[in-house]
Ligand binder design. Sequence first.
Ligand SMILES: [Zn+2]
Length: 453
Amino acid sequence: MVADTGDRTSRSASIREYIAYDDAAIALVGVDVIDGTGTAVRRNQTVLIEGGRIAGVGGADSLAVPAHARILELRGHTVVPGLVGMHDHTHMPGITFIGGAASRLWLASGVTTVQTAGSAEPEAEAKLARAIDAGEAVGPTIFPTAQYLTGPDGNGPMSKPASAEQARELVREWAADGATWFKLYRHIQPDIAAAVIEEAHAQGRKVTGHLCSLTFREAALMGIDSIEHGLISAADFIEDKPEGECVSTRHSVAAIQLGDPRVAELIGLLVREQVTLTSTLAIIESHFPHRPQGDERSLALLSPAWRQAYDERQTRLAETAADTSMTPALLAKFMAFERMFADAGGRLVMGPDPGRHVLPGYGNQRGFELLVEAGFTVPEAVRIAAANGADALGVGDGSGRIANGYVADLVVLDGDLAAEPSVIRNVEAVFKDGVGFDPGRLVAGLEGQLGPR
Ligand SMILES: [Zn+2]
């Protein structure tokens, strides 16, 4: 989110090809504004962009626009803050780094900032983040994470520190290499988790977790900053859960009623301890056979191998649809839990957790639609998908909202988002640090590129 608009010439040709608007001052005139604070849409506004920042927001009839500003007449369009994706990997299961394609997809989808919530190739990710900051690569501002930290039973390319001291050392090393967040994974041991959290905080970094061995309560009391996925991975309701052991939450989560006082008690604790919760409904939806699966635009980007895997998975889902535990009532419960958390004052953020057909960027948009389906109003969903993320990243005083002096990270949507949440897909232009990008050019050429050939 470093405004680099004063130094236009430093931008490489590889970025310039995607730029639609790069004027010193730009006025978005006649737009409907949903500003990220959660308040209702304001109709017929002008948003003035100058020097990479928002220089004014007001009624289109009253806000003064400087003579040198480029005027974009945008009646019938909605402007929202750039989305802040909070579980936006640079990898997908089966391939360790898709940072280049993901960055174009994020930006094309209106995502101007991401926190990756665990990296499979932290060096490549941190390098990409630096290149984007320096204006040498196109993409959102990236808050890189280190390699996942897990326990001896964990699988995949993850760190498994053998002692608390080794964990602290790893945190110091990754932090020096550019990691801003750390991700605890399912088999992390309690003493290691506590050491990671303490050392990360000492380094001015934050910690999130896809938990299993730890309950939400245990992690919250250790001081974890954020928890991923919501109720689906809460081990808190397992009877006689062995400490530090990852066991399936399938039955306990199916059995727990949201009216059970233990649920309100847990949510109360998370809110008191200021633990952020990340909604990842887009990937969660993909487990449910009764739900929409990959849309055409996403399937078109999958490599032939992944497209085939998608088709095979759809067959399996259809075969098991009759006797699956992934019922409509269970998805409704996951959604209602997120509402309860937010209603209790908890900071809910959103990310897609890219995997299968849930792609970077497109998955953020799907997650937005699902928040509205969960019962949030469109302005509330914008706050969750943008401002709350910025707040969780510690940059909410200057980005994530549409307000005077804020960084001009903005999405221009064709249509009335307040009336129709799917308008979130109709990105006409994306401004990052006041520079307007063309979504069509960003996506062009990515067909068949996601996944191994
Ligand atoms: Zn993930």
